[in-house]
Design a protein around this ligand. Structure first.
Ligand code: HEM
Length: 391
């Protein structure tokens, strides 16, 4: 790491965290916790100036060729800085046509273009690529609830990735291979672990702290002229690999394909490649249904088919839990008590909450293969498989 990059990283892990924490305590003690304008102005100015002074020499250096990890790490630090400025209303895409933080924007754009990722902070920076030093991960604040959020998001993502890795090994083996049973069971267990980490997140995360002191760092902001949506825990390919390989979601469903395109640059390049790789395989559900007429009485069909059903059910359960527990309790219910003047940009991707809720509900129902009259889900296909397994 260059000296300039190292200095910025040290600052991000110390003074930056201290100033954000101090500001959060000031906001949280106010009657209207969402009203942050004109509060802690001296700290805000220091935060912006210190960060800019550290970024200036880095921007002058440019994206020197020190490998992916280094460049991605620098991009994360620039992004966390810009996200904090957005959180403290030192920048707001609604009132600007370009980011007022030119150096951070220029270097962010340079790195984003060279790596093939969005030029902003993404979930991977605080999750799968968040290097802890002496037991402390990178964060915006030192608040306990931010660490609960970061840690259990990371563990959820890692569990999803484990399930996706297992499923990706099935196509070359084929659905009738005895080793496929092992992989399906691995995927089911990993998805049950997603549900377990989601449960812990649900019970440990304080709703007020999350809503007022953690989530505001995940808003959209501009880099250069363009506005980029906020990060969310879904910005990794594993969950979509699972959707597509199982056959619960379809790449030829325009709504779902749009989602894949939209999130592509928010994922690390390795995930982008994995997502593309799984688009060429026939869904497992379709392969089992095709084999049903000739093989439904055979032992491999009974064992592997039942295991596939268990994976689909585990995936559906975790999706229902994300929507009905995490999203409903931490966003929808909390938003209901929020003064309407703060409703703009409540969501990380920008659309009004009811629009986002509908889109997330659709994803939940696709993954849970719910019976719906308005959209096609895998409900009927799973019923056919259940019937074939009963013989
Ligand atoms: C307090 C905890 C959480 C809350 C309140 C929450 C809420 C949300 C919201 C509001 C979105 C939509 C983002 C937007 O466009 O604004 C979203 C997306 C998403 N979240 Fe979470 N989330 C939480 C934790 C998690 C965890 C632990 C995971 C699993 C690793 C996860 C996986 C996803 C995925 C995959 C998406 C993208 C949409 C999809 O494919 O379903 N979330 N979440």
């Amino acid at each position: 790491m260059s000296r300039a990059a190292d200095s910025l990283d040290r600052w991000m892990r110390t003074s930056f965290v201290a100033m954000n924490t101090e500001l959060e305590e000031l906001y949280f003690s106010r009657e209207d916790r969402a009203d942050v304008e004109g509060v802690g102005d001296a700290i805000k100015t220091r935060l912006a100036e210190e960060g800019r002074a550290l970024i200036r020499p880095l921007a002058a250096e440019g994206n020197t060729n020190e490998g992916f990890d280094h460049a991605f790490d620098v991009l994360g630090n620039l992004g966390l800085f810009l996200a904090a400025l957005r959180r403290h209303e030192l920048t707001n895409p609604a009132r600007e046509t370009a980011s007022p933080f030119e150096e951070a924007s220029a270097l962010g754009l340079h790195i984003g273009a060279s790596l093939g990722v969005a030029p902003r902070f993404a979930t991977a920076h605080l999750a799968t690529h968040n290097r802890a030093i002496d037991g402390v991960q990178k964060s915006f604040t030192a608040l306990k609830d931010e660490f609960v959020f970061i840690d259990f998001n990371t563990m959820g993502i890692l569990n999803y990735k484990r399930a996706a890795d297992a499923l990706m090994r099935i196509p070359p083996l084929g659905i009738s291979n005895p080793s496929t049973l092992l992989l399906l069971n691995n995927a089911r267990d990993a998805l049950n672990d997603v549900a377990r980490t989601n449960d812990i997140l649900f019970s440990r995360l304080d709703k007020d702290r999350f809503f007022y002191s953690v989530r505001p760092y995940y808003k959209p902001y501009r880099v250069g002229r363009q506005e980029y949506r906020g990060a969310n825990a879904g910005d990794f390919s594993g969950i979509n690999q699972i959707d597509l390989l199982l056959g619960l979601c379809r790449a030829n469903d325009p709504g779902y394909a749009q989602l894949l395109i939209d999130k592509m640059l928010f994922m690390i390049p390795e995930d982008q490649r994995s997502l593309r790789a799984c688009l060429i395989h026939a869904p497992l559900l379709d392969q089992f249904l095709e084999a049903a007429s000739s093989s439904s009485g055979k032992a491999w069909f009974a064992d592997n088919g039942r295991a596939l059903l268990e994976v689909c059910e585990a995936h559906g359960r975790a999706a229902v839990q994300h929507h009905d527990q995490l999203f409903e309790s931490f966003i929808v219910k909390m938003s209901a008590s929020l003064d309407s003047r703060h409703h703009a940009q409540l969501t990380a991707s920008g659309p009004p909450l009811p629009v986002l809720a509908k889109a997330l509900e659709r994803l939940r129902d696709l993954r849970a293969a719910a019976k719906r009259d308005d959209i096609e889900t895998a409900h009927d296909k799973l019923e056919l498989l259940r019937r074939a397994l009963r013989g």
